[in-house]
Ligand binder design. Structure first.
Ligand SMILES: *Cc1c(COP(=O)(O)O)cnc(C)c1O
Length: 400
């Protein structure tokens, strides 16, 4: 007998839950990719993506996962031998930096550790030390999905400006776009990368690179760029075929069209508010549990916690808890990711679990996942403080 039979909840931080409406939109025959209704939908998708990102700049769409978008963004900006400053607050910040380094860019990494956000004062300091203005760009992640830290992007822009430094600001919003407030224009972000499989609720396969005119000026001297990754033909294609440099990702675009419609119907501000309210329920449960046991939030300060993913520290029983939840309660929790390279970091990963709460997620799903965690803690013998589930229910009632 298993209590896990029934509709499964994949509560990992990407791929996220796909709405039936997205799946249904994809369930159709191949369209004509040269003319007609399908071709006519693409400019609207581009416009709606920019609206979600709060950008009046450009967006290039690639058939790629997030790693592809990382490389696409970097190769349009850098020339070999350039310098970059990478602000690392977890595995993904480090991963992007390593990829940029592999292109032949000299990357200085500033690591803020696995439990803290970027400290803007250190950004200003690092840029002031670059008196020759060799650093072309500052790389950072809005929500680092390994640690679930959420960085203050506007504060990082202010820190760059405070140093009077011309570096571009490049932000990874893979885990936060469509979940957490993000204002590309207002916050002075020059390049932003995202994928379709998290807040945008579409099966993995589309990578997005948003950029403004300052970033496009850097493209002039970028010698890392190749024909396929070049963002220019993808934003003002001489013919439809060049939007994607080949066959369009037809069914992903059908799915994305439906997802963008859902976001527009709910309203992006309401989408952000829903994610914030559901996050508060998770934090309330965790804070109560932590009063009497090892399960605790990785990020102490609520101002720097993601609204789309939550990383828990659970001690050595994290793996048993995840196994129990998946097999017995029908919810797959995210596994721990090493916050950085090295054996010590790997050991930490085994003591973490994560809940993905991005995209097509509502109160009953979050309350269900929390209930499964509490039942699992009982089942595998993890002590915990009382009142977590009622604290979560209270937060949901208040948030609604
Ligand atoms: C998921 C994610 C990525 C990588 O995306 P893939 O599609 O797995 O390549 C990069 N950065 C962040 C912050 C992510 O959450």
């Amino acid at each position: 007998m298993s209590l896990g039979n029934g509709r499964h909840y994949l509560a990992i931080p990407g791929p996220s839950v796909m709405p039936d409406r997205v799946l249904a939109a994809m369930h159709r025959a191949a369209p004509n990719i040269y003319a007609g209704g399908f071709v006519e939908t693409v400019p609207g998708i581009v416009a709606d993506l920019k609206a979600v990102a709060r950008s009046t700049g450009e967006v290039a769409i690639y058939i790629a996962n997030g790693h592809g978008a990382w490389e696409a963004a970097a190769c349009n900006v850098f020339a070999r031998g350039d310098r970059a400053l990478a602000l690392v607050t977890g595995r993904f910040g480090a991963g992007w930096a390593e990829m940029v380094r592999a292109l032949g860019v000299r990357v200085d990494m500033v690591d803020f550790g696995p439990r803290a956000p970027v400290d803007p004062a250190r950004v200003t300091e690092a840029l002031l030390a670059d008196t020759g203005h060799e650093i072309r760009a500052v790389l950072c992640v809005q929500t680092d999905t390994s640690t679930s830290v959420r960085n203050d992007i506007a504060a990082i822009r202010a820190a760059i400006d405070a140093a009077g430094h011309p570096a571009l600001l490049m932000v990874d919003c893979m885990a936060s776009l469509g979940c957490d407030r993000f204002e590309m224009d207002a916050w002075g972000v020059d390049v932003m990368v995202a994928g379709c499989q998290k807040g945008l609720m579409t099966p993995p396969g589309l990578g997005f690179v948003f950029f403004n005119a300052r970033a496009d000026a850097a493209r002039e001297r970028a010698d890392c760029v190749t024909h396929y990754w070049d963002w220019r033909p993808r934003v003002s294609p001489p013919m439809f075929y060049r939007y994607f440099d080949g066959t369009a990702p037809t069914h992903h675009l059908f799915g994305l069209r439906a997802a963008l419609d859902m976001i527009a119907e709910e309203g992006i501000e309401a989408v952000w508010a829903r994610h914030a309210a559901l996050s508060r329920a998770i934090w309330a449960a965790a804070e109560a549990w932590g009063q009497g046991g090892p399960v605790a939030l990785n990020i102490a300060d609520p101002a720097f916690r993601s609204h789309s993913v939550t990383t828990f520290r659970a001690g050595p029983v994290a793996v048993a808890l995840r196994d129990w939840a998946e097999r017995t309660a029908g919810v797959t929790l995210g596994l721990g990711l090493a916050p950085g390279p090295g054996a010590e970091s790997e050991a930490v990963a085994g003591q973490l679990f994560r809940i993905g709460h991005m995209g097509h997620v509502n109160a009953q799903m979050v309350l269900g996942a929390l209930g499964a965690v509490e039942a699992g803690m009982r089942a595998v013998g993890i002590p915990f403080g009382a009142g977590g589930l009622s604290a979560a229910a209270e937060a949901v009632a208040a948030g609604a």
